[in-house]
Design a protein around this ligand. Structure first.
Ligand code: MN
Length: 735
């Protein structure tokens, strides 16, 4: 823990000039430096060093965050009001009111007198003060955090009792704030330093265990990194990859709060992959899941659903062939910088860009929505402890803890309702819940639970879960259990439909003069259902019955199964036929216009026809034939200039088409990941994807543009997308 941080004047100014070259900005920083060097010249730190060293360190850290020139000046000046008794008038004359206000606010936070009855009350009051300052100007808290960071680094020179108090406050007040602002690097160091002073024995014990395991761990991580690197290089994705170590306090916290043994935590090797684009992230995730076994329930998509502190990344946990477990984070450079520096990455200084405190503060509030709860003026008058409760409930805890009447604690994500609670207790209890009492009062089942609520469930053994629950439940646990119940019920229903499906297939086979007995065999149907990634023959027949799968596709596939059995002679006859036909292809569009073969043929971009669609040609003035889908709204009104066209049976191999689809689903985590995974599993190429959340209905509308081969390819893909958890409806759209 004895880190030596000797930031000199030279090192500091070198760091400043690494990203600031504006003359005015530089002279402001220089001026602040010489000002505080003079003002504090007779003062020493507890360590015996000149006081200026502290200021240099704080300001240097601000530079590492690429802070604004005024923030750096404030960092240098942060102790001058309190320790040098500089008056407002002089300060404003030397610098300006803006910097004065920052330094004054920093001074005020530190000056809170501890005359509270207990430590918690004091910390609550302090917390509140910091938040109020933060809501006004975020730079105040940045300077304060960096001040505390350096004080913690030099805490060894303080009396033991003071060490404990400061460390305790750092752990309970400053580290959580750093966390909320996404300043992960600073938060981790604050936590480890606090841990060192609060529980030295435990600290040393964990540090030693980590050291012992280090070599073994490093070599395992290296092997994995090499494997993944090889895999991703083959796929020509740009990336960098490295192992990362957990900080000691986080290990300690996991051991105590999650009751895990040291080896259980350290067996989790952590690897991070940084790549170029968001899509690359999902691509990499796809490859890793294809090559290693992912542990169910461990995939976290913080890209689609950023954390409250703006953190974005994909997380997954996989089992390597060796049996080792690896935790993998995948993110872009930008996300990585945000993950390390949080809000500071967001507002880092850019040369030549005019700085506007107001708009910066506005944009920060937009990103950190939770910060706006501190806006209300009336908060200033509220009692500090109740304010603290408010903060810890609404802001710091993403989790809520509700109780059974017998006092068992059930932890749930915020927004959970009694149904989530019921399924957490037992699946059958969930299925049979008909009502709920919260704190003794009968409430609707969609009531959002709060920490401390005592939840009593009303059970009816004959009752069944309702499909509507899927829309109001918060936890995936409840949703999955409801879904699997409904699926089971569904199966019974589907079996009754399957007979219809079978008849449809028979009829179509007869129409084509094909032998029903030969093609409608169970093993053939089984193979086809596997081929279409359906759960079985019943599902296949059911989908045919409800026209969810195109009958043409089914017949094509069923009869194609036969192809392998064709003898060589027949095969060559077929090939010759194909060659003949191919000559008739007049354009790469794959369209034949009977009787004409010199016309220019184009697929219309307004409805993007796909191989297999019902199509019609429109004769343009001098531009040849534009091929539209028969149901294209543009063509529906038209009566003249239309001409019948057909798809060439023998289309050029690798001809691709673009399709646009619209997916409506219930909002949930990882939805987009799941959708993308299905698309890539079915060899669709994703060109474009966008999602819009409907906050009222809690549904998400996702639009995709996909490159595919044919209509049956698209239908197959849509059928499988429909199986994705929480998808309600999929529609192919014109554009
Ligand atoms: Mn200080």
């Amino acid at each position: 823990m004895n880190k030596k941080f000797a930031v000199t004047k030279e090192i500091f100014f070198k760091e400043v000039s690494s990203y600031i070259s504006d003359k005015k900005a530089l002279s402001l920083i220089e001026k602040a430096y010489f000002y505080v060097e003079d003002k504090h010249k007779t003062q020493k730190r507890n360590s015996g060093e000149p006081y200026i060293n502290h200021l240099l360190n704080v300001a240097y850290e601000a530079c590492l965050l690429k802070s604004n020139p005024k923030t750096i000046a404030s960092a240098l000046l942060h102790d001058v009001i309190e320790d040098c008794k500089v008056e407002k008038e002089e300060f404003v004359k030397e610098f300006d009111l803006e910097i004065y206000n920052i330094v004054e606010a920093v001074t005020k936070i530190g000056k809170l007198k501890n005359d509270f009855k207990d430590e918690r009350e004091y910390q609550a009051a302090n917390h509140r003060k910091i938040f109020l300052a933060m809501a006004k100007d975020i730079r105040v808290i940045i300077v304060k955090l960096l001040d505390r960071l350096h004080n913690m680094r030099t805490l060894e020179f303080m009396p033991v009792e003071k060490q404990k108090r400061i460390a305790d406050e750092t752990l309970n007040v400053y580290a959580p704030i750093a966390h909320r602002l996404g300043l992960a690097t600073i938060k981790n160091e604050l936590e480890d330093l606090s841990f060192f002073y609060l529980d030295l024995d435990k600290y040393k014990e964990i540090a030693k265990l980590v050291e012992i395991k280090k070599n073994e761990r490093d070599s395992q991580v290296k092997v994995m990194i090499d494997d993944i690197s090889k895999l991703l290089t083959e796929k020509s994705i740009k990336f960098r990859i490295f192992g990362r170590s957990k900080h000691l306090y986080s290990i300690h916290k996991k051991m105590t709060t999650k009751h895990k043994r040291f080896d259980e935590i350290l067996d989790l090797h952590a690897i991070r992959i940084i790549t170029e684009t968001k899509l690359n992230c999902y691509e990499i995730l796809g490859y890793i899941h294809a090559f290693y076994k992912p542990i169910p329930g461990r995939l976290k998509d913080y890209i689609a659903m950023p954390k409250m502190n703006m953190y974005q990344s994909l997380h997954t946990t996989i089992v390597a062939d060796s049996g080792r477990i690896f935790e993998i984070q995948i993110r872009t450079e930008e996300m990585d910088s945000m993950a390390e520096k949080g809000i500071a990455a967001h507002w880092s200084y850019k040369e030549g860009k005019k700085y506007n405190q107001k708009s910066e503060q506005e944009s920060i509030k937009k990103e950190l929505a939770w910060l706006t709860v501190f806006d209300e003026e009336n908060l200033e008058n509220e009692n500090a402890t109740s304010f603290m409760d408010y903060v810890s409930n609404d802001v710091f805890k993403a989790n809520i803890y509700a109780l059974t009447p017998k006092g068992r604690v059930i932890d749930l994500p915020a927004g959970s309702i009694p149904i989530d609670f019921a399924y957490r207790i037992h699946t059958e209890i969930g299925h049979q819940t008909v009502g709920s009492k919260v704190n003794g009062v009968l409430v609707p089942l969609n009531t959002v639970l709060k920490t401390g609520d005592v939840v009593e469930l009303l059970i009816d053994k004959k009752s069944k879960p309702s499909e509507d629950w899927l829309k109001i439940c918060k936890t995936n646990n409840a949703k999955n259990r409801i879904k699997s119940y409904l699926t089971k019920k569904d199966l019974e229903l589907k079996q009754s439909y399957a007979k219809n499906g079978e008849n449809i297939i028979k009829e179509e086979l007869r129409k084509r003069d094909l032998d029903v007995d030969e093609f409608l065999k169970v093993d053939k149907l089984e193979e086809l259902s596997k081929n279409l990634q359906l759960s079985g023959v019943t599902e296949l027949l059911y989908r045919v019955a409800i026209k969810d799968i195109n009958i043409i596709t089914v017949i094509d596939k069923l009869t194609k199964v036969k192809k392998a059995d064709l003898d060589l002679e027949q095969l060559s006859i077929n090939l010759a036929k194909a060659q003949n036909k191919r000559k008739k292809v007049v354009s790469k569009s794959g369209i034949i216009v009977p009787g004409i073969d010199t016309l220019k043929i184009n697929l219309s971009s307004c409805c993007s026809p796909i191989y297999g669609d019902l199509v019609i040609g429109y004769i343009t003035k001098g531009l040849g034939v534009k091929v539209h889908r028969k149901n294209c709204p543009k063509i529906k009104e038209t009566k003249e200039r239309l001409i019948d066209v057909y798809w060439d049976e023998y289309i050029e191999p690798n001809t691709k088409f673009e399709a646009n689809i619209k997916i409506t689903s219930i909002d949930r985590n990882f939805l987009v990941t799941d959708l993308i995974t299905v698309v890539s599993q079915h060899k669709g190429v994703l060109l474009n994807i966008s999602s819009i959340l409907n906050r009222e209905k809690l549904t998400v509308l996702t639009k995709m543009t996909i490159v595919i081969e044919s209509i049956s390819h698209l239908e197959n893909l849509i059928a499988n997308l429909k199986k994705v958890n929480s998808v309600i409806e999929i529609e192919r759209v014109f554009k």
